[in-house]
Design a protein around this ligand. Structure first.
Ligand code: AHR
Length: 543
């Protein structure tokens, strides 16, 4: 099914007119498996120039998400009965893991949950908080963890809160009251209530999501685009009367599968464009037989479909901007994205009126991790307009980290996510990539090799992230440093394996883990290395 083709993939059209001497460049950088020089037609050529940048990278592109869902909060983050927890009831191992990863922003408390949530149930003396039936997941919320616990946890892990608001059953007045509770110092009804609850200093929460997936018939309080757009506008106005410094995100479409895709976004923005700063996108990817035919080469191309979704949504934002003659350009908040398709329906989404039920505990395999790497590459390449994104979610529920009573497990998708957090720094480079391609039905020609790169003007470090979608063959990649070549390799690692379906468990936590990638050398402004079949690779160089 693969056709040999060769295309240039970039956010520009220039044809690469660079000459190269092949054999002289084969040094120690070329991985040992290679015994003879590759056919030059098969080499993937990447052109990088530190002057050619997409945008400065907003760290919030690597945010995550914690919902009152399953064991994400209760047991995952908050488990006062556990010997692994500290005085507040927060799991210490989870705190230290998230702190070490440096997750910049965490969305809370939902998700579908937020559309039926009364934030007042989750504040004040714990013994007075009601046990509530959460109708989104049919589970019991004891409310022992609420807004103040979340803020304390954010402080403990060193992250920023991204607060979700109930625009389903909740009113704009209640949304503004929560802003007042969180952000005003004192002397008003809600700020004084926070003080009465033992929190003297306001949190000054900057970023807020105006509801969740309000286009979805599954959403509590689902309404039409016009109704939602007007409600979001009213909420935004009332919230900004309380705190003018807020950054507000309107609910965009829940994904391209929606019959109202893009039309929802357009109508919502016609109502509230002037009152918001960003628009949300959501997307979950699947390799279910019904979607990809279980074809992993198609699945690994899906990050390009995320880029199409971004482009289409931006087109709508900019259309409405034109209608309104607005000087303001919106940014996108891709505030739910991940692979999710196995732990999805039936009992996987039914809490049976239990506390902390096991819901959406997706087990991630190698191919999921490879696609997550590709999705991170896509987010990076769109960093000029996507300023915030949340891997959904963070702990136990469709998550890179799972917990049990004795510790935590890094799932396969942890690794690409953590690499982005550690090594994608500074500005995103506009990588021109010339790669052989393969045919994917309804997508056309897809490059085997997908590249994203960053450069940090502060310390000169360069990071490169390479997905090899080829299921059977390694590819030689040649980086052509067009202005200045980098220094020493500081870090290099690859995630790969023979079994795309391999996964980690508490019993076998190291089935899918990164391997050392060696130290590709740079000669005459070029670096060559070979990426194995089915792999995601990171390399970081010094200045
Ligand atoms: O992240 C799980 C769920 O997926 C969220 O609650 C909802 O917003 C989305 O449909």
């Amino acid at each position: 099914m693969f056709s040999a083709d060769r295309r240039i993939f970039l956010h520009q059209t220039a044809k690469a007119g660079v000459a190269w001497g092949v054999s002289s460049l084969f040094g120690s950088a070329f991985r040992s498996a290679q015994t003879s020089p590759p056919n030059t037609d098969d080499i993937v050529r990447v052109y990088l120039d530190s002057r050619r940048v997409v945008a400065p990278l907003d760290r919030n592109l690597f945010g995550s998400f914690l919902e009152h869902l399953g064991r994400a909060i209760y047991e995952g983050v908050y488990d006062p009965g556990s010997k692994l927890s500290e005085a507040n009831g927060f799991r210490k191992d989870v705190i230290s893991e998230i702190r070490q990863m440096g997750v910049p922003i965490v969305r809370y408390p939902g998700g579908n949950f937020v559309s039926g949530y009364n934030w007042l149930d989750g504040v004040g003396p714990k013994e007075s908080r009601p046990r509530v039936l959460d109708k989104a997941w049919n589970a019991i919320n004891t409310n022992q963890f609420g807004t103040n616990e979340f803020m304390a946890w954010c402080k403990a892990v060193g992250t920023e809160p991204l607060m979700g608001l109930n625009l389903g059953t909740g009113t704009p007045e209640e949304a503004a009251a929560l802003v007042e509770y969180c952000n005003l110092d004192q002397g008003t009804k809600w700020s004084d209530l926070r003080r009465k609850h033992g929190v003297a200093e306001p949190y000054k929460v900057k970023r807020w999501c105006l509801g969740n997936e309000m286009d979805g018939p599954w959403q509590i309080g689902h309404m039409t685009a016009t109704e939602y757009g007007m409600k979001a506008q009213d909420a935004a106005r009332q919230m900004r009367y309380v705190d003018p410094a807020l950054q507000l995100i309107a609910c965009g479409s829940s994904g391209p599968f929606m019959p109202t895709y893009l039309e929802w976004d357009r109508e919502v923005l016609e109502q509230c464009y002037d009152y918001v700063d960003g628009l949300s996108l959501h997307r979950y990817f699947t390799n279910a037989p019904a979607d990809t035919g279980g074809d992993s080469s198609k699945f690994l191309a899906m990050n390009l479909s995320m880029e199409q979704q971004i482009a289409e949504t931006l087109a709508v934002c900019d259309l409405v901007r034109g209608h309104k003659r607005s000087p303001k350009q919106l940014w996108l908040s891709f505030d739910e994205w991940n692979v999710w398709y196995r732990a999805r329906n039936g009992d996987h989404a039914n809490g049976h009126h239990q506390e902390a039920p096991h819901l959406l505990e997706e087990v991630y395999n190698l191919e999921d991790a490879l696609l997550v790497g590709g999705l991170l590459n896509s987010l990076l390449r769109n960093a000029n307009r996507v300023k915030l994104a949340c891997l959904a979610q963070l702990i136990n529920v469709i998550a890179p980290i799972s917990t049990n009573a004795t510790g935590l497990l890094q799932q396969t998708i942890y690794y690409p996510y953590n690499w982005a957090l550690q090594y994608a720094r500074g500005s995103v480079l506009m990588a021109l990539v010339e790669s052989p391609t393969y045919e994917v039905v309804r997508m056309g020609q897809v490059p085997y090799v997908d590249v994203a790169a960053t450069t940090n003007p502060q310390d000169g470090k360069v990071g490169i992230f390479v997905l090899n979608r080829d299921l059977s063959k390694p590819h030689v990649v040649e980086i052509n440093w067009q202005d200045k070549a980098p220094g020493q390799v500081l870090v290099s690692a690859v995630l790969t394996g023979t079994d795309l379906k391999a996964f980690n468990t508490f019993e076998s936590p190291r089935k899918v883990v990164p391997q050392d990638f060696g130290k590709p050398s740079t000669v005459a402004g070029r670096t060559r290395f070979e990426v194995p079949a089915r792999s995601y690779t990171v390399i970081q160089w010094s200045a």
